[in-house]
Design a protein around this ligand. Structure first.
Ligand code: NG6
Ligand code: CA
Length: 516
């Protein structure tokens, strides 16, 4: 906390205290004691449970994320809903399990918008309650109409603005995909109409080299993919040409995200706001700004954690400067668990030392073991959220219903179907219960995790699981496995044979949730 508490803050804190004492009915319902407090959600990319200092990370210092944890509530049993990015983000926004919607796995470069215009989302619901809403950072939920997808040289709609965001400055896909541009609201930023951006397939040439034809033009080698158009010395997924003035340098992405977030917060400091900030770090290719290069003994992956931490610090510093820290709920989380070598050969595995990206858990990105979805999850709002740890089970999919109920926002009938109001847990109320049951999924490849109490059923219908060992290998898993997370948090002992009745019950419950 800043050392000097200014007078308005004291008055505000007193008002909070008073409303907690007087308005106990409000508090019971976990309603906000403030009139429409600001909300900032920061969702990192591919950050593991054990990657940050306050969750046991040793390989790189994360003072800014640790500061959030010291000033807020650090959840030890919080989840994102999927083992990959697109489904987790889909569920964060819509409050609906992504497995209900075919085609909601990792979105390709030319994906149309996965969330139809007008769908109620966390953003539209908060907007309806008078919030100014913005998204800054990675999107990866598609743009443009079905089936054509984005018109990169024209109006890019539908997109975030059609599902409740007032403002958007987004990396439309992922930093390993084309086109390497940013999109502001409906248009590619800095696009020169005389040099149209073309995404698709054109024969490679020195103007738009690809990895196959120009193998010496890359600075990071890849093995399984990322062999299409080379940009900034890096092979990407997908081909593009043109749009020169709009292309970004990977090294500048974090700075752009932070400066945009600061500017946006400053512009909207006087109105209730909801900012979803989604830094691209630490998604491969991990190419950080020059000033972060070599910062960590863990190589580019560690440097990317340092850069992410800096980005978080820029946002919290902006809130401090604007005197908004005490009236802003900040949530920090990740979109899926860790991956070491995500095709780009950046030595993330060799340089790990004793750093444990998934902490005490098994697995990571792409599967449904705890390491895939158990995420660092911190909620901070000084004076409203106590400091300390919480063991309550919550999930990023719950933020929509929880925040809506907190600010008394109206939720259309049948919207946010799978999102549960766990606001009392998020606010650290002692009588809060959190989620009683939670389904986790992979990328839509047919694996599910079903957590109920301390039991976890792992179901594997589809292809062999990837990265269950954090080495990206595909390994066959039993069709069903049961783990007791209380005495076996690392999911090492499948006890299904000893608990057949429980397993049968959980199989049925999981199936009935899937069939809803
Ligand atoms: C995979 C990519 C991986 C990453 C992932 C999406 C290959 C071989 N692998 O298909 O590099 O981009 O998709 O990651 O191309 S996510 O975090 O956005 O879900
Ligand atoms: Ca991700």
């Amino acid at each position: 906390l800043p050392n000097t508490m200014k007078l308005p803050r004291l008055i505000l804190s007193a008002a909070i205290l008073l409303s907690i004492c007087v308005g106990s009915a409000f508090v019971d319902a976990a309603a906000s004691p403030l009139d429409r407090p600001n909300i900032v959600i920061i969702m990192a990319d591919d950050l593991g449970y054990g990657d940050v200092g306050c969750y046991g990370g040793t390989g790189v210092a994360t003072p800014e994320i640790d500061r959030l944890a010291a000033e807020g509530l650090r959840f030890t049993q919080a989840y994102c809903s999927a083992g990959t990015c697109t489904p987790t983000r889909f569920s964060l926004l819509t409050g609906v399990y992504a497995f209900r919607v075919p085609g909601s796995g990792i979105a390709p470069p030319n994906s149309p918008a996965l969330i139809p215009a007008g769908t109620p989302t966390i953003a539209s619901v908060l907007k309806g309650a008078g919030y100014h809403t913005g998204v800054i950072g990675k999107w990866h939920l598609g743009l443009g109409p079905k089936p054509d997808g984005p018109d990169w040289n024209g109006k890019l709609a539908p997109g975030p603005l059609e599902i409740g965001f007032d403002d958007a400055l987004i990396l439309p896909t992922t930093n390993d995909r084309v086109p390497p541009v940013l999109v502001r609201n409906h248009h590619v930023e800095n696009l020169d109409p005389s040099d149209p951006l073309w995404v698709g397939y054109k024969s490679p040439s020195p103007e738009h080299p690809d990895v196959k034809n120009f193998p010496n033009a890359t600075r990071i080698s890849t093995v399984h993919g990322h062999r299409d158009t080379i940009h900034n010395g890096v092979g990407r997924i997908g081909y593009f040409t043109g749009g020169k003035a709009a292309l970004f340098r990977d090294e500048d992405l974090a700075d752009r995200c932070a400066s945009e977030a600061k500017r946006w917060l400053t512009d909207h400091a006087d109105e209730p706001f909801f900012l979803l900030c989604t830094p691209h770090s630490l998604h491969a290719p991990r190419i950080v700004h020059e000033r972060f290069q070599g910062k960590s003994p863990m190589g580019p992956r560690g440097d990317a954690i340092a850069e992410l931490d800096w980005t978080v610090g820029q946002i919290t510093a902006a809130l401090d400067q604007l005197n908004l820290t005490d009236r802003t709920l900040v949530v920090f989380c990740s979109d899926n668990g860790p991956v070491l070598i995500d095709d780009y050969q950046d030595r993330a595995d060799e340089l790990l030392g004793d750093h444990d990206p998934n902490g005490p858990y098994r697995g990571g990105k792409y599967n449904v073991y705890e390491g895939a979805t158990r995420t660092p999850f911190i909620v901070r709002m000084p004076g409203v959220v106590p400091t300390g740890d919480s063991e309550k089970v919550v999930c990023t999919i719950d933020l929509a219903a929880s925040l809506a109920s907190w600010v008394n926002a109206e939720v259309p009938d049948a919207a946010l179907h799978d999102s549960r109001d766990v606001m009392k847990a998020l606010l650290g109320h002692t009588d809060a219960v959190g989620r009683s049951a939670l389904v986790q999924q992979d990328n839509g490849w047919g694996s599910y995790g079903y957590r109920k109490g301390n039991w976890k059923l792992v179901r594997c219908d589809g292809r062999a699981m990837q990265n269950a060992d954090l080495k990206m290998k595909r390994t066959k898993q039993p069709k069903f496995a049961l783990f007791n997370l209380l005495d076996d948090p690392g999911e090492t002992r499948n006890v299904i044979a000893d608990h057949q009745e429980r397993a049968e019950m959980m199989k049925k419950e999981l199936q009935s949730i899937i069939d809803e």
